[in-house]
Design a protein around this ligand. Structure first.
Ligand SMILES: [Ca+2]
Ligand SMILES: [Ca+2]
Length: 370
């Protein structure tokens, strides 16, 4: 009493038992891979419901891992580490200009993977709908760490991303951001729980993206500093660059922080839309804490301290209320200005590490740093 299996079917064929045609075998629902070739094939050949589990180790693909295979909302494609094993996918053997992972696909869940040393961007999701990224790292690459781009970029969630050390040498650091949501459109995209730091250009950049993106529980720090000895360094170093290229978009940033960025903590970057910035903290950035000179941003309950150019500068169309630069609003003291714990390992559930850095205990103003 055994069910037919692929093995018995193949054995029957070998025995000439009359099976003229074997049906095309769909990729098994769960695929465990342990080398770069199998990883590449599994990604390329995925179908709705495929679960790709990557064994621990460091993988060196020689071509971009890519797929155009869609999952569905009820049967997504899953790409994740096997068990609790540590998986690094390293771009060191890729040709110049290549990305490590490119999806032009819908309904993928990607988690617990590190993408490092890419010649160009590490991860690019192009015109993706319904993808979920959880506990992914994009580090030390040659352009932006994590990118959403293209029209039809809808309902994607990037949760607990660490993106750092990215630097585009060819352009002297001008372009490599921690997260880039650029050149496209589509609603429902959320970035939450991210640490975006020590990238050559900006922490977050929404250049030429024409639909609102939501950011929350995110830390953007140390971006735009020349850490590469580049004599012609051109990184901008904004913590949150919330627009550009003439798009008018009401992006939203809640409960997030920017510190030690070379440029502004938070900036509209000429986006004249009604950007909402609520309960954030800008500390020790090189230029302004908040720079909203031309648009109609709504700035509420934000805290700016020790920024090089000052707390905030904004035009007459901006709504500013209950920020520590508004009249009658006190500046609470920080419990700690030592950022060391901000670099600590994440909690076991992937959330930001516990810290007192930049906390104040206030229930009315500034980021809560969690
Ligand atoms: Ca730039
Ligand atoms: Ca940028």
């Amino acid at each position: 009493m055994s069910r037919p299996t692929a093995l018995t079917a193949a054995a029957a064929l070998a025995l000439g038992a009359g099976l003229a045609v074997l049906p095309t075998q769909a990729q098994a629902a769960t695929v465990v891979v342990s080398n770069a070739t199998d990883l590449s094939n599994a990604i390329k050949n995925a179908t709705a419901g495929t679960v790709i589990q990557v064994r621990g180790g460091t993988y060196y693909p020689t071509a971009t891992l890519q797929s155009t295979a869609n999952g569905t909302s009820s049967s997504p494609v899953t790409l994740t580490a096997y068990g609790s094993e540590t998986v690094k996918i390293d771009g060191s053997n890729l040709p110049d200009g290549d990305w490590i992972l490119k999806l032009t696909a819908d309904y993928w869940n990607v988690s617990h993977l590190t993408f490092q040393n890419s010649p160009d961007s590490a991860v690019v999701c192009q015109s993706c709908t319904g993808t979920n990224w959880n506990d992914v790292k994009t580090i030390n690459g040659g352009d932006s760490g994590f990118t959403l781009t293209g029209d039809g970029t809808v309902n994607n969630t990037v949760k607990n991303l660490d993106s750092y050390g990215n630097y585009d040498a060819a352009n002297h650091g001008e372009n490599a951001d921690g997260v880039a949501v650029k050149y496209g459109s589509g609603t429902g995209n959320v970035i939450t729980g991210a640490r975006l730091y020590n990238n050559s250009d900006d922490g977050i950049d929404f250049w030429s993206f024409s639909s609102p993106v939501t950011v929350e529980h995110t830390w953007s720090f140390g971006n735009g500093e020349n850490r590469w000895g580049d004599a012609a360094f051109a990184g901008d170093g904004n913590g949150y660059k919330l627009g550009g290229d003439g798009e008018v978009v009401a992006h939203v940033v809640n409960n997030s922080a920017a510190w030690d960025n070379a440029g502004n903590g938070f900036t509209e970057n000429s986006n004249t839309g009604a950007i909402v910035i609520n309960r954030t903290t800008a500390y020790a950035n090189g230029n302004w804490g908040y720079y909203f000179a031309t648009g109609a941003a709504k700035l509420g309950r934000n805290l700016a301290v020790s920024n090089g150019s000052g707390k905030a500068t904004y035009g007459s169309s901006v709504t500013s209320y209950m920020n520590n630069w508004d009249s009658g609003v006190a500046t609470p003291s920080f419990v700690s200005t030592d950022a060391t714990t901000a670099y600590s390992a994440r909690a076991s559930n992937g959330s930001l590490p516990a810290t007192t850095f930049l906390t104040t205990g206030s229930t009315t103003i500034g980021a809560t740093m969690n």
